[in-house]
Write a protein that binds this ligand. Structure first.
Ligand SMILES: Nc1ncnc2c1ncn2[C@@H]1O[C@H](COP(=O)(O)OP(=O)(O)O)[C@@H](O)[C@H]1O
Ligand code: SF4
Ligand SMILES: [Mg+2]
Length: 316
């Protein structure tokens, strides 16, 4: 059984201008012990998608269809109480710009302790001992347990967020752009930490980023999102070697440095569509160099090709 099965998930934001179809019929599965990268341009629905996995979608957003089966149960149908119990030990998440989510008037140790005490019946002493170990796990000296967030750099704060997220040994960890906005050296240190944690804790991870080099290094599988849809899902090795979907190809071309060649970052011609009235047929058709008549009329369905899934009319 897969750890996570997302089936035909639709999440819309109901605004005065109409429904923003941020996640529009997305399906994917994640097996135990796998790391899935979720990539795509800003605004394509990545954060909205993972918010649904924590059941954090709030008005004007609404999950309008679909199932999210985690360990065999549809988390969209369980009670609020059960969902609260699942967050932390079941599914944990480090939010985009998470450093800013730390409570500025509480020591970092206390913030880890609170997370542990909310979910586990351990003594305060045990919780503090665990908090110290968590800090050390993410490469911060246990002596800093009584420090406040403002005494830490951005990279250290991000480590604290990872310490909080992993404090209750989650069975799935979601990281939303965990290294975005940090300088390159700190990014590198954090990526090393994440792969060490993965080895140590055998944690399945969903890793969101718009940086293809980061996915190449951290994820075994990758799903490419475009305008509220997944257009290709494949092993990272095969996707990088031979992207099948024209949007994946364009993304790869925009990152020449992946294959070791230094070059200018090229942007993909055109802009992603608005999600209130996205293009009919294939949503990538206004930007696609291979567009055909059928692409403007019919939405392509997922097809299996060499062990990957691709939604494009070119795939026979
Ligand atoms: N609260 C909101 N109200 C209306 N639209 C929203 C809201 N939050 C996100 N959106 C829209 O949903 C789409 C997907 O956003 P998001 O999930 O944040 O994308 P990503 O994480 O890939 O950048 C975007 O078009 C964004 O403008
Ligand atoms: S379906 Fe058509 S427009 Fe869309 S990516 Fe494939 S070839 Fe391009
Ligand atoms: Mg986002």
């Amino acid at each position: 059984m897969a750890l996570l099965e997302v089936e035909h998930l639709k999440i819309y934001y109901f605004t005065r201008q109409g429904a923003v179809k941020a996640v529009d019929d997305i399906s994917f599965t994640l097996d135990k012990d796998k790391t899935l990268g979720l990539i795509g341009e800003s605004g394509c629905g990545k954060t909205t998608m993972v918010f649904a996995l924590m059941r954090f979608v709030a008005p004007p957003g609404r999950i309008v269809a679909g199932k999210i089966i985690f360990e065999g149960r549809d988390i969209l149908t369980i009670s609020d109480k059960e969902m609260r119990r699942l967050r932390g030990p079941g599914i944990a998440m480090v939010f985009q710009s998470a450093q800013n989510a730390l409570n500025p008037v509480m020591t970092v140790g206390k913030q880890i302790v609170e997370e542990i005490l909310e979910h586990e019946s351990v003594t305060k002493e045990e919780a503090w001992e665990r908090a110290r170990k968590q800090l050390e796990l993410v490469g911060i000296s246990g002596d800093r347990i009584k420090s406040y967030p403002h005494e830490f750099s951005g990279g250290m704060k991000q480590r604290v967020m990872i310490a909080i997220a992993t404090a209750c040994n989650p069975r799935l960890l979601i990281l939303d752009e965990p290294v975005t906005g940090l300088d390159v050296i700190v990014q590198r240190q954090l990526l090393t930490l994440l792969s060490d944690l993965r080895e140590e804790l055998h944690l399945p991870i969903i890793f969101i980023t718009h940086d293809l080099a980061v996915v190449a290094e951290t994820c075994g599988e990758v799903a490419v999102m475009y305008a509220g849809k997944i257009v290709e899902q494949a092993s990272t090795v095969s996707l990088y070697k031979e992207p099948a979907h024209p949007y994946s190809q364009a993304l790869m071309k925009s990152y020449p440095s992946i294959k070791g060649k230094k070059g200018k970052l090229r942007s993909i011609p055109g802009a992603p569509p608005g999600l209130t009235n996205p293009p009919v047929g294939c949503r990538f058709h206004p930007r696609c160099p291979y567009v055909m008549d059928i692409c403007r009329q019919e939405e392509p369905i997922f097809k299996q090709r060499d062990g990957r899934l691709v939604a494009c009319h070119l795939i026979k």
